[in-house]
Every structure is written in C-alpha cells, then in structure tokens.
Design a protein around this ligand. Sequence first.
Ligand SMILES: [Zn+2]
Length: 118
Amino acid sequence: MARCPACPTGTLRDKLVETWQKRRGQWVLLKNVPAQACDACGEVVFPQKSAEWIGDLVSDENQDVPTGQDVVLVFDYTVIHRGAAQPTPTEMPATTAGAPTAKATSATNVIFSDGFRG
Ligand SMILES: [Zn+2]
C-alpha cells in the first residue's frame, strides 16, 4: 500500500470513486472510476489507466459524446469497460416528452378541416 501524498499518516487503498470533470464547458459525472483513496484524509489519486480514460473522455477531440446545455452526462467506468465500444451516457433527461411535432401536426389538421368546412 502506498503512503498518502497529502497527509503524514494515511494509506492509499483501492476504491471506486465518483469524480466531476469539465468537458467542453459542461460538467460530467464519472462513476466507479478505479482510484486510490486515503483512509485518513480522503485524498484521491488516480492510477495512470484511470487518468488516461478521464483524459480521453473529457478531451475536446472526443466527438462521440453528445453535448448539450443543462444536461449532466454520467459515465460509469465499470459499465463502459464491460464491453461497450463507446462511452454511453447512462442518464439523459426525458426530452422526448416535450417534443412538439405530434401536437403541431394535429393543430394543422384542425385548422385545415375548419377552413374546408367553412
Ligand atoms: Zn491522506
């Protein structure tokens, strides 16, 4: 076990942690990221593999992740590394409920039949 770099007494232990990272101006939550956490002060140290994964994910060159405002994307390290080819947001807002296309179509129909009758 490695000694904690942030305090004199702590020891780093393997742990899955959550971490907030900023990607293209948007906060994303990364879950279950393998890391080492201090048992005394809580300092979190990411091993190289995790740090590289985070770096790739939040890179501006990563075009595979949708962007949007007021949307929190959650990435679960353990889910993604279970075999998914690409990072997949696991929580998205239910925007489809507010989609206006169906309503707009029926409104147009009503106007048309009114005009047809008159
Ligand atoms: Zn510590």
